[in-house]
Design a protein around this ligand. Structure first.
Ligand SMILES: [Zn+2]
Length: 256
């Protein structure tokens, strides 16, 4: 049984065959998932999907690339939605220095506001980080994010920063890149992270794991991610699945 902790079944790529893709995940042992909303369009859809399936949950937040679009009303709306029974986390939020649609200072401000909101409603946060690890860690520290903890989603930096994340009560989630031939960093991380702080994800429809790299990703492929990590750690797929699913239940406070 696997838990895909980060999927975008609310993405336009799944408009045609969403239920088919979800049923295929269930049939492949991917029983649980969190659909992540990140703007005005994807947030309501994430909740709608979570309402339709017993074992699917939602996260609500604002993506850093679009930070410049977020209003105070949006933030109040996210707070209101955080009380929905299927919402289990705030995010994704964070910093993305790869794209420059939103200036860094605006991204930082929107990131801080969402951490403060998560602390107010006492929910874990999901961090999107692209080329911004040091600034993210600094803001998490300054805002006291360890109070709620959360997930470093699709962690893609060196093992060097892992301990700092763990110290602030964060879980490390690995996705498709751990299976890529030319990606040594996530493979090192996969071995270093204590098993009780590890999560798996797809980030579908993005970042499809090998051998589907470049194609549309889907939650059933989280098994490929889990298989690779189990192989790297020298444990069985069953054990890796059991532990990472238990971790997700604990973090999201899901009682099953
Ligand atoms: Zn995402």
């Amino acid at each position: 049984m696997l838990f895909d902790t980060h999927v975008h079944m609310n993405a336009t790529q799944f408009i045609e065959d969403r239920d088919e893709v979800i049923q295929r995940a269930f049939a492949n042992g991917v029983q649980y998932m969190v659909v992540v909303g990140f703007d005005r369009e994807t947030i309501p859809l994430a909740i709608e999907i979570a309402e339709q399936y017993d074992t699917i949950y939602a996260a609500v937040g604002w993506h850093p690339v679009d930070a410049i679009d977020m209003t105070d009303e949006d933030l109040a709306w996210i707070e209101e939605l955080s009380h929905h029974p299927k919402v289990v986390a705030i995010g994704e939020m964070g910093l993305d220095y790869h794209w420059d649609k939103s200036p860094k200072d605006v991204q930082k401000e929107v990131f801080r506001k969402q951490i403060q909101l998560a602390k107010k409603v006492n929910m874990p946060i999901i961090i999107h980080n692209r080329e911004a690890t040091e600034d993210i860690l600094q803001i998490l520290e300054e805002e006291g994010a360890s109070e709620v903890g959360g997930i470093m989603h699709c962690y893609n930096d060196s093992v060097h920063y892992v301990q700092q994340c763990l110290d602030m009560n964060f879980y490390i989630s690995l996705g498709g890149p751990v299976t890529f031939k030319n990606a040594p960093l996530p493979k090192e991380v996969a071995v270093e992270v204590p098993i009780d702080r590890l999560l798996v994800e797809t980030d579908a429809p993005y970042l499809a794991p090998h051998p589907n790299r470049g194609k549309r990703n889907e939650p059933s492929y989280v098994k490929l991610v889990a298989e690779k990590i189990a192989e790297l750690r020298g444990i069985s797929l069953e054990e890796l699945s059991k532990k990472t699913t238990e971790n997700a239940f604990k973090l999201f406070q899901i009682n099953r």
